[in-house]
Write a protein that binds this ligand. Structure first.
Ligand code: SF4
Ligand code: SF4
Length: 390
């Protein structure tokens, strides 16, 4: 049920051509509206993260507001541990859980194609491991049937087993699909939250906040809560290792592509070459980061977030870890007779990661960046309530 204030705001946004009403009221958005209404009266947590200042710019909370605020929340747990109205209080205010439950509906509601939104409920650890194992086994069997599984050392010449054009033909469509599906989803989300005019300063602020994971600092720089009332920076550190590890691997692949097409230099590249050095550093980050995140995930306070989404979290973490583990194992074994088997397993795991990117936990990164940008834009607009705020 929307109030007059919300309807007026939506009508004004519609008049500016900014509003596309894609969000429906659900039990999850109603719960965010309920807890935000209590928080708006309390405001104790105003300095913790971007959610609370954004909340103060509203008197009530439409479904679109709930989706925006939910993706602005980093599930740091600080407001739950600080809250005098948290369970077992009868108000049962659990902001991180309410936000987490809406986030899942954000991913599902905006999925492209829409029918694939259901996949978010099924993207658990079992599915991730089964897909990775199945694809790896398929490639191992292909090599075994063509007599290429066990061989004399080939000095890391992957293309003797899987020609370059075959690999491009296998991976480019799957990766391209993932990018397209996520872009279409976040585009609908962006239009639905009526973002306003984007400026260079807003983009710079959102980029800075995303790259530094500012809101995992807990508002005071000591970190967020994880297993208990103590603050910890480890969640931020493991996230950074994972993100920058992923990016270094991406840059390594991009540099290798440049070597191949622009410079005519064919893989395998020496251990001291730029693609191998970047890939090795990225692989180490992508090994320790997910291992740390899994460790934190296993000991997390059960009141944090949405326990029903833990299989999705763990499935994504496991795939990242396995991509890195098999990639580093391939690097170590590339000059031995096990290279074919190691390569087949690595390619299978990478394919499983790419295939599940748009319908699993990876989505949280792109929607969160969009919410941070919306927040940076909104902060630069006049506060029409005039009752305080940021
Ligand atoms: S989470 Fe609790 S303490 Fe924090 S603003 Fe909301 S009601 Fe107040
Ligand atoms: S869990 Fe953390 S990021 Fe989310 S609303 Fe609470 S303080 Fe903000």
């Amino acid at each position: 049920m929307q109030t007059l204030e919300a309807l007026t705001r939506d009508a004004l946004a519609l008049g500016r051509g900014e509003f596309v009403p894609t969000h429906q009221t659900t039990a999850q958005t109603d719960e965010v509206a309920r807890v935000m209404t209590i928080c708006n009266a309390c405001r104790y947590c105003e300095g913790f993260c971007a959610v609370f200042p954004a909340m103060t710019r509203r008197l009530d909370f439409t479904p679109a507001d709930a989706h925006y605020l939910a993706n602005l929340c980093h599930n740091c747990g600080a407001c739950l541990h600080a809250c005098q109205y948290a369970p077992p209080h009868e108000f049962a205010v659990n902001v991180p859980r309410a936000m987490a439950q809406v986030r899942l509906t954000t991913y599902a509601d905006h999925a492209w194609p829409p029918a694939f939104g259901r996949l978010y409920q099924r993207s658990g650890l079992t599915v991730a491991l089964a897909l990775a194992g199945g694809l790896a086994l398929f490639l191992v069997m292909v090599l075994a049937m063509t007599g290429g599984l066990w061989h004399a050392p080939m000095a890391g010449n992957f293309y003797a087993l899987f020609p370059h054009n075959l690999l491009v033909g296998m991976f480019a469509p799957v990766f391209g699909w993932a990018v397209l599906a996520l872009a279409m989803g976040v585009r609908r989300f962006w239009r639905g939250v009526s973002p306003g005019a984007t400026s260079g300063a807003a983009v710079a602020e959102a980029t800075h906040d995303a790259l530094r994971l500012k809101y995992l600092g807990g508002g005071h720089g000591q970190g967020c809560n994880d297993a208990d009332d103590r603050f910890t920076l480890w969640r931020r550190r493991w996230h950074h290792a994972t993100f920058y590890g992923f990016m270094l691997c991406f840059v390594s692949t991009s540099v290798a592509t440049l070597y191949h097409y622009a410079l005519g230099l064919q893989a395998p590249y020496p251990l001291t070459s730029l693609p191998v050095v970047l890939g090795t550093l990225g692989g180490i980050g992508l090994l320790v980061g997910p291992a740390g995140l899994l460790w934190l995930n296993l000991r997390r306070d059960p009141l944090h977030g949405d326990p029903a989404q833990r299989p999705m979290d763990r499935g994504f973490i496991a795939l990242l870890f396995l991509v890195s583990l098999t990639g580093l194992a391939l690097l170590v074994g590339r000059d031995t007779g096990t290279m074919a088997a190691l390569l087949a397993v690595h390619l299978g795991v990478v394919m499983a990661l790419f295939a599940t990117l748009p319908y699993g936990k990876f989505a949280h990164g792109v929607y969160r960046v969009a919410a941070l940008l919306k927040n940076a834009v909104e902060k630069r607009q006049p506060n029409t309530l005039g009752l305080g705020g940021d």
